[in-house]
Design a protein around this ligand. Sequence first.
Ligand code: GLP
Length: 256
Amino acid sequence: MEVIIQPNAESAARMAARLFTHLIRTKPNAVLGLATGGTPVPLYKQLIEQNLDWSQITSFNLDEYIGVGAEHPQSYHAFMHENLFRHVNINSANIHIPDGMAADPDLFCQSYEEKICAAGGIDLQLLGIGTDGHIGFNEPTSSLASRTRIKTLTARTRKDNARFFGSEDAVPFHVITMGIGTILDTRKTVLLATGKNKARAVAEAVEGPITSMNPASALQLHRSAIFCLDEEAASELTRTDYYRWVFDNKPAWQVI
Ligand code: GLP
């Protein structure tokens, strides 16, 4: 696990964006795992500015609300189109986002996993983190071995996400999300977290015990997980001197 602390949200996003830029340049047919939420918006802006070639890129998004169609303004389909896809030359046939309107969600989830496998697995997964430590929509007590499936949101997450829907009542209860096991299978993952309201969840995930009560703590089992944080999100970590030293003294071969 690597912890990178940057002065502000913009520079934390820039750090995470560098990993994507490097991958897209060195592996033009890479498979990306993408995330939604307010946090990755500056990262997507920075990627768009790089004028990269997305023509052979394949993408898989983490999650989607059930009962929310692609045309709904708060769907994650609409979010991705607005914040990234319409600005780059990605082939729409290579975009995968869970279908919140699937007639048979269980079957859909199984086929989503099969598609990730058929694409060769995810090279680089972007994650945010919920205030309760959720990744994707894997809420506390999610199985650490879970695969793509239906989940029910907690009251806290519905409250946190009410800002996008106008009111808490409008936030769906059910979602499709990649599982924690699905995320652990990715080759590299970068979790971007900014703001004071993420500090507790981040500290528990990085320095606490591995527990389904903080799903992001499962990343301690990931072969290559990087936390890109701003000062506020890092403010409850206890070993920041060490993390900063590691970052400032990277051997040349480790620097992207
Ligand atoms: C949602 C998404 C998560 C995201 C989280 C935090 O619940 N499913 O993938 O990490 O929100 O979002 P934000 O970045 O807006 O705080």
